[in-house]
Design a protein around this ligand. Structure first.
Ligand code: GAP
Length: 511
């Protein structure tokens, strides 16, 4: 990727031009950090959801699905700790009047130091080529070591301040690091304050505080409060999981970076209920499984890394993120958390209902421990889109923009085109469309030259284009063009279904 910032701008404008993502309420100048998915985006998003669901629910005998409501009894959020503790530390710059997340300012500072190290390593590789032992270089180069010590010191101070809820300490750290506001360039900061991220509204006709309810900030609580319903009605035996895809809402204050940080977004979460004491085994299991899932999307492994949480959330005894190298650098894509029995015990306490499981093998009852995997659907969408976005120079000197999406996720699987609008070619093309449309989202396109039509399909990531030409009328054959190689193969119409089935089969990826 040439210039990462430019790349993000290109992806944003490509998304708009080809109907992937639009700013919400654009005709009213938009609503910050809220986005709509267009005709192509809705398809891609649905395909990602289906793939996650298949991998989680269909492929695991002991995981079932759930679709719980967005609105929940308000005590849910008191019990879960969100009313008291779901907040971000915010800081304002007095000159620009811009508000920032204090933790993000520090994280971005650390990321800059890390990038310096990566530059030093890249220089070393350029200079010494294969002769360079990268691990040894990282372990001995004075610049690399100095930068790592800086990062460790900052992280240690940050962790101590966050764990002690020492907001003054976080401000001092920002001042000591000399972090300036990117807008005003000044270091004139207010004190750090905590800001709760939950949206609230009133239920029913009377607006008083007794009727206040929240838009869920995570889908997980819908799973926790239904855990016994599912366990009993599904006769589930521990260990078992409940998976859910749904909207979540957070009043994000620092909401930039396109669909990376939104106020309304979707999560794909799975809570895995285990015996107390076995949670670390399952935590490691799900870390490995989730990385495998991401890598099955065909994106190079170097785009992913684990990041252990510096400060654990109020409910966790171990937690890490799978980070992805987005156009704006490595950032959280998925969280994997060992949530102990915190949530279920809290719900027992606040509801007065027992949420225990009777384990027939142990002949005892207990409140299960929970390992959760929680991935942002919109962030997965951005990861897939940004790694698929490719600008290619072709041999004939022209250029093309192509989305090299995994074929099984592509919004349109196959485009069917008559070479011209005459001689009965459109009828023949529609005949083919009418046989394929039951299995695949197809696109019929007869406008403009074939070259232009191929470019349009490349730009939305359509893996296959079928061209109906005059030879088709003679011998019942068409050409199938492959998006990535741009090669065209002439095949008999009778073979099309079998060819597409083979190339678009999701089984291979799931296996
Ligand atoms: N139930 C645990 C939980 O909600 P989280 O780390 O706060 O954990 C999980 O969120 C995932 O949800 C994140 O890894 C991210 O992919 C996604 N996510 C969180 N906030 C988001 C936002 N404002 N916009 C888009 N995605 C978000």
């Amino acid at each position: 990727m040439a210039n990462k910032e430019d790349n993000l701008k290109k992806i944003i404008s490509h998304s708009k031009e080809y109907g992937f993502v639009f700013q919400s309420s654009e005709i009213y100048d938009g609503l910050a950090a809220v986005y709509d998915y267009g005709q192509m985006g809705a398809e891609l998003k649905k395909n990602i959801k289906d793939y996650w669901w298949k991998a989680m629910v269909n492929m695991n005998e002991n995981i079932v699905g759930l679709d719980s409501a967005i609105f929940m009894h308000p005590t849910t959020w008191k019990a879960s700790g969100h009313v008291d503790a779901f907040s971000d530390p915010l800081i304002d710059n007095k000159d620009s009047n811009k508000r920032y997340r204090a933790d993000v300012l520090i994280e971005e500072y650390v990321e800059k130091i890390r990038l310096k190290t990566e530059k030093d390593v890249a220089k070393g590789i350029k200079r010494f080529g294969d002769a360079l032992d990268e691990a040894q270089f990282r372990a001995t180069n004075p610049n690399v070591l100095r930068n790592q010590t800086k990062i460790d010191d900052i992280n240690a101070r940050f962790k101590t301040a966050m764990e002690a809820d020492d907001l003054a300490g976080i401000k001092t750290l920002i001042e000591d690091l000399g972090i300036a506001c990117p807008i005003s360039g000044s270091k004139n900061w207010t004190d750090v304050k905590q800001f709760n991220l939950m949206f609230s509204t009133e239920i029913g006709a009377v607006a008083d505080s007794a009727n206040t309810i929240y838009l869920r900030p995570e889908t997980a609580q819908g799973i926790f409060v239904n855990y016994l319903n599912v366990q009993k009605s599904g006769r589930m035996k521990i260990p078992f999981g409940i998976a859910q895809i749904g909207k979540a809402f957070r009043n994000e204050i620092v909401a930039r970076q396109f669909i990376f940080r939104m106020r309304e977004f979707e999560q794909m979460e799975m809570q895995f209920f285990v015996r107390p004491g076995e949670e670390m085994k399952w935590y490691e299991h799900w870390k490995a499984e989730r990385v495998k899932w991401h890598q099955s999307l065909g994106i190079d492994a170097k785009y992913y890394r684990f990041h252990d949480h510096i400060k654990l959330a109020h409910y966790a005894n171990a937690a890490c993120d799978i980070e992805f190298d987005f156009p704006m650098g490595f950032k959280e894509l998925e969280g994997i958390h060992s949530r102990t029995d915190f949530d279920l015990k809290q719900h027992e306490k606040f509801s007065g209902k027992k949420l225990q499981y009777f384990d027939p093998e142990l002949n005892e009852s207990y409140v299960p421990y929970v390992v959760e995997t929680s991935v942002g659907l919109d962030r997965t969408f951005l990861a897939i889109l940004s790694s698929a976005f490719t600008e290619e120079k072709l041999e004939n000197g022209t250029e093309r923009t192509v989305l090299k999406l995994p074929a099984f996720l592509a919004p349109v699987k196959v485009a069917i085109m008559p070479l011209t609008r005459k001689d009965g070619l459109p009828d023949k093309a529609r005949e083919i469309l009418n046989t394929l449309k039951y299995d695949y989202n197809c696109n019929y396109d007869e406008k403009d030259s074939p070259g232009k039509r191929y470019r349009r399909q490349d730009a939305i990531g359509t893996p296959f284009c079928i061209m109906v030409d005059h030879q088709t009328l003679e011998d019942n054959t068409v050409t199938i063009r492959d998006r990535d190689t741009m090669e065209q193969e002439r095949v008999s119409i009778d073979k099309i279904e079998a060819i597409l089935k083979e190339k678009l089969d999701i089984r291979k990826v799931l296996d």
